[in-house]
Design a protein around this ligand. Structure first.
Ligand SMILES: Nc1ncnc2c1ncn2[C@@H]1O[C@H](COP(=O)(O)OP(=O)(O)OP(=O)(O)O)[C@@H](O)[C@H]1O
Length: 347
């Protein structure tokens, strides 16, 4: 089973480190990132604001800003390291093989071009397509995402927010990519439209078997839509595994904190946020990046970055990077008490 999964990896990221060069020095935005995404998988990437989620997506897409440097690592798409191919191959792989849906559908669409024409242009940038085939493709894509095909002649301002986001999904699907990366794709939309779009995205994903990475702050969205979750903190992946298992029995204190911070409708449970904020990425941190905020931290946490521990589980493998992960079950019982978090002293 494990061998099969190895073979079916669409994307494999190994030992990835990314710095941003700033006037004050290098900020370590991604540190030792390793993971694989398999065909047909939906994986959620969660973490607080500023923890490096967008940086990871931009690195995969090859669209880091100028001051962003990949200092080491590999990003393999179907076994080919994207960091070693020439710019033209990279450009083709982007969109044709990995498409990105961003937070703002409005920004992704040109206001003065008809929506259908924009989709055709996106396809033409990668392969020749005649008018008849183009019209048929747009018709089919609009049907796929649940927008009446005749609306392809409209301009973006004639669409509602939800329709625009569906049009952007249609554009992402136009080249039948192997993978779609979605960065907070529905944050600007109301919950009902968000649910409808995700329901459609799940159906399309089951039919077309593309892999999906969903970046979000919203753990509930991941619980509803993703089979697997990766939790990121200050540029490192601290935990990953089957979503249900991670949410039912988290093994990293940060994941426990994130779950505690979610308010549950109709529940008496009071959400508690984790006191403090992520470390300054310019600082040299030898140990665990969460140590400063962690109630379980001891001196080893300050001195040594924990290794990634892989644990076999019923739903697949789990990974956790914590020196004290074996105490997680006991800690989770105490963690709903805010005093437990407040009592953290700098280790
Ligand atoms: N161009 C840049 N130059 C310098 N630092 C940057 C740059 N872009 C991002 N950063 C820093 O890198 C870190 C990771 O940022 P990133 O945007 O990847 O986080 P994020 O998890 O996607 O946040 P959000 O959820 O708010 O979008 C942050 O500390 C951020 O300030």
């Amino acid at each position: 089973m494990r061998e099969q999964q190895e073979n079916a990896a669409v994307l494999r990221v190994r030992g990835l480190n990314v710095d941003y060069q700033t006037k004050k020095g290098a900020a370590k935005a991604l540190k030792d990132i390793d993971f694989a995404i398999h065909a047909g998988e939906r994986v959620g990437l969660v973490g607080e604001s500023g923890c490096g989620k967008s940086t990871l997506l931009k690195t995969i897409m090859g669209v880091l800003p100028k001051n962003g440097d990949v200092t080491s690592g590999r990003i393999e798409l179907d076994g080919v390291n994207l960091l070693e191919v020439d710019d033209e191959t990279r450009r083709k792989a982007r969109w044709a093989e990995v498409a990105m849906i961003t937070q703002s559908a409005l920004n992704a669409l040109n206001p003065v071009r008809r929506v259908g024409d924009q989709i055709i242009e996106a396809v033409r940038a990668h392969r020749p397509i005649d008018k008849q085939e183009a019209n048929a493709l747009v018709h089919r894509l609009f049907e796929m995402v649940g927008v009446a095909p005749e609306r392809a002649r409209d301009y973006p301002h004639q669409f509602s927010g939800g329709m625009r986001q569906r049009a952007v999904i249609a554009m992402a699907l136009a080249l039948s990519p192997k993978m779609i990366v979605a960065d907070e794709p529905t944050t600007a939309l109301d919950v009902i439209v968000q649910d409808q779009i995700f329901a459609r995205l799940r159906e399309l994903q089951a039919e077309n078997q593309f892999a999906l990475i969903l970046v979000t702050h919203d753990l509930a969205l991941v619980a509803e839509n993703c089979q697997r979750v990766m939790v990121m903190y200050a540029g490192t992946l601290v935990e990953s595994g089957p979503t249900e298992e991670v949410i039912a029995a988290p093994k990293h204190p940060y994941t426990i904190g994130l779950i505690n911070a979610v308010s549950v409708l109709g529940s008496d449970k009071q959400p508690i946020s984790i006191p403090g904020s992520p470390p300054d990425l310019m600082e040299k941190i030898d140990g665990c990046r969460f140590a400063q905020r962690c109630p379980l931290a001891t001196s080893i946490c300050k001195d040594q970055m924990p290794e990634a521990v892989v644990i076999a589980s019923p739903g697949g493998e789990r990974m956790v990077r914590c020196h004290h992960w074996q105490q997680a079950e006991d800690f989770a019982l105490r963690a709903s008490n805010p005093d437990v978090w407040q009592s953290v002293s700098a280790v």
